[in-house]
Ligand binder design. Sequence first.
Ligand SMILES: NC(=O)c1ccc[n+]([C@@H]2O[C@H](COP(=O)([O-])OP(=O)(O)OC[C@H]3O[C@@H](n4cnc5c(N)ncnc54)[C@H](OP(=O)(O)O)[C@@H]3O)[C@@H](O)[C@H]2O)c1
Length: 267
Amino acid sequence: MNRKERYTVITGASRGLGRALAVEAAEKGRNLILAALPGEHIDEIADGLSSKFHIVAMGIEVDLTDEQDLRSFTKVIVENYEVDMLINNAGIGGTNFFESASTAYIDNIIQLNMRALVYLTHQLLPVLKRQKRAYILNIASLAAFGPMPFKTIYPASKAFVASFSKGLNAELRDTNVSVSVAYPGGMATNPEIIARLRNYNKLIRSTFLSPRTTARICFRQTLAGNTVIVPGFANKINRFLIKLIPEQIRLIIFSRNLQMEMTVKLA
Ligand SMILES: NC(=O)c1ccc[n+]([C@@H]2O[C@H](COP(=O)([O-])OP(=O)(O)OC[C@H]3O[C@@H](n4cnc5c(N)ncnc54)[C@H](OP(=O)(O)O)[C@@H]3O)[C@@H](O)[C@H]2O)c1
């Protein structure tokens, strides 16, 4: 390893938005440390990007919800690499009755969406601070803008990501590190999400951005030092509507739509 080489760390880079962000970073000539769950061939993805874009890229298998795994992964990076960009992308959610959800399901969302993100940010901050300029991009969701029945933990976890990111950005205002938070809307990424998004009508579906377009916007705005990123015009309108419609009415609308989504899922 060349000590002068700088790396971009991206979690959840085996597919979906994380993979699109990895391609975007590689195109910009950034060296990569990509993380994904074991068995997802993250090393092959890294090798592919490395030869196509002539960068240094490595894939690391890690379960970010596993305390020991998370610690070892972070330690390897902190002790061996210079990082000037951290992208906390890995995140999960789902639609479920809270009461019948297993504790493992609930813990997974909490551990991945919040704990792993905070831990990685905390541990990598000293590394980021010793660079000339450094960036943190945390992926939230439009869901962060309000509560949702039958999803409950997911929007709450994303509201946490948003609040944490904005607070930390203000705390780091006089440093070389900027923190951005992105609020993507629906994206056709994994098969489960694609099936879920199919339930929406044509008009709503037409507002969904591809992971590639979302990644491009997020990347550009992160490098510009923007704190809040709402990718795409339609998502900006959605955000506006979320703010405009009283919460009680939104909850009724979500309740109806998400119950329908679950009925389709269970059918
Ligand atoms: N898709 C949407 O509509 C949408 C909308 C708004 C916000 N978002 C947010 O955007 C981000 C990416 O979403 P996506 O739809 O691209 O997700 P995705 O297709 O499900 O990909 C998730 C990524 O996270 C990794 N991952 C999951 N659990 C992990 C764990 N325990 N340890 C390490 N890596 C793990 C997955 O690795 P494996 O491949 O190994 O499982 C995969 O690389 C998430 O934070 C999500 O909440 C998505």
